[in-house]
Ligand binder design. Structure first.
Ligand code: SF4
Length: 384
């Protein structure tokens, strides 16, 4: 499929249908997926049952603050209202198919939407703070050559409720239903899919998750990663209270990037860097943004490649950036090797000697295929 038509298809809001009163996001069972409703939409729903505004707040607090998963548990609601909700709405639409726990504590969840599409989420614990890596699409339309999810193609965009519910499921698994969401949980939109091709649903989900009566995961704790959907980078820069941005680069040369990340044929490095420059102008005090660089042994990890990257940043006068070096995790289905630790260190050194901040991301959950580029390993493997 041409990238333009992929872009248009994927940018369409997923699973939106209209009820008599207002438009609601409904699941395949035709019930409203209440987890994906903003406060105002929830108030509208309560009003349609003749209930006052504060009932919507009670429901919101129960679903997002206490992370309850059935209406039966919301015992502070009148029975009649609960029955109405049960009839017309649902809290949970995803089911967890499998859960893998790595030796390093990383957990990988394979979930399924109500209409049968795979969703993957990863929980990465650390001493200082936990990180939840969520998916924005089932599969992905972009064809990054080093990524297993690419092999699935785009199955469909996830709804706001399906994005929020991934986080709720992980928190409930790790901390238990009703336990307070730990302060400082980080979210990264780096799971399956290209978040900027599901922009509207992503922003709605992030707005819901930032509510202080709910999960209270504020934008400052969220990073969204794009493969380079240039128009959306401009749009993202304009957002008030936006999350942090990471741009996946993986090469500073158009010729190689065309092969590694074919989205480059639609928006090349010149266009991408111009958008990044504009985004740099929107940074808050002390904020930087990230370029991710997947390191592929013998492909993009030579000293020349590091110098090309430093040259590119210089050419566009990008200063408030850091480079995250991500050693490729390898997978049988992909023809790439991992860069050696010595190569990764040397690459980092070359960048730093040119005045560029560079960090190496330690791979997590490799043994359970939860690491970067490995999501969908089981799905793809079983398909093949
Ligand atoms: S790396 Fe990200 S954008 Fe590229 S194919 Fe994989 S999931 Fe999609």
């Amino acid at each position: 499929m041409l990238l333009d038509s992929v872009y248009q298809t994927a940018a369409m809001p997923a699973e939106r249908r209209f009820s008599a009163n207002c438009d609601k996001i409904v699941t395949m069972s035709e019930k409203v997926h209440i987890t994906g409703l903003k406060r105002a939409e929830l108030e509208e729903l309560a009003a349609s049952f003749g209930e006052p505004k504060y009932r919507a707040t009670q429901v919101f607090k129960a679903v997002h603050g206490r992370r309850l998963t059935s209406f039966d548990e919301i015992t502070d609601l009148p029975k009649k209202f609960r029955a109405k909700l049960q009839e017309t709405a649902e809290i949970s639409s995803l089911t967890v198919e499998s859960r893998y726990v790595s030796v390093d504590g990383t957990r990988r969840y394979l979930m399924k939407t109500a209409d049968g599409y795979p969703v993957e989420t990863v929980y990465i614990p650390s001493e200082s703070r936990d990180t939840i890596c969520f998916s924005s699409q089932s599969g992905c339309p972009l064809k990054c050559d080093f990524c297993l999810t690419a092999k699935l193609g785009l199955l469909r965009n996830l709804t706001p409720g399906e994005i929020v519910e991934q986080v709720i499921i992980v928190l409930n698994d790790v901390y238990g239903v009703g336990a307070e969401t730990p302060h400082g949980t980080n979210l990264v939109g780096m799971g399956a899919g290209e978040p900027f091709l599901n922009f509207e649903n992503l922003i709605t989900a992030l707005e819901i998750m930032s509510d202080e009566d709910g999960l209270f995961i504020v934008p400052n704790r969220v990073t969204v990663s794009t493969a380079g959907i240039v128009p959306k980078i401009y749009e993202f820069a304009q957002l008030e209270n936006r999350p942090h941005l990471a741009i996946s680069l993986s090469s500073a040369k158009d010729e190689l990037r065309d092969t590694l990340m074919p989205i480059n044929k639609r928006w090349d490095l010149g266009e991408l860097m111009s958008a990044a420059k504009e985004f740099e102008g929107s940074l808050r005090r002390g904020e930087r943004f990230t370029f991710e660089y997947v390191m592929l042994g013998g492909v993009n990890d030579a000293d020349n490649d590091a110098n090309d990257l430093a040259d590119l940043l210089e050419r566009f006068q990008l200063k408030r950036v850091k480079i995250n070096l991500i050693p490729h995790n390898g997978a049988e289905q992909l023809d790439y090797n991992t860069s050696t630790p010595e190569r990764v260190d040397r690459f980092k050194w070359v960048l730093e000697s040119r005045g560029v901040s560079a960090y190496v991301r330690q791979p997590r959950g490799r043994d359970i295929y939860a690491a970067c580029g490995q999501l969908a390993a089981k799905t793809v493997g079983s398909r093949q």
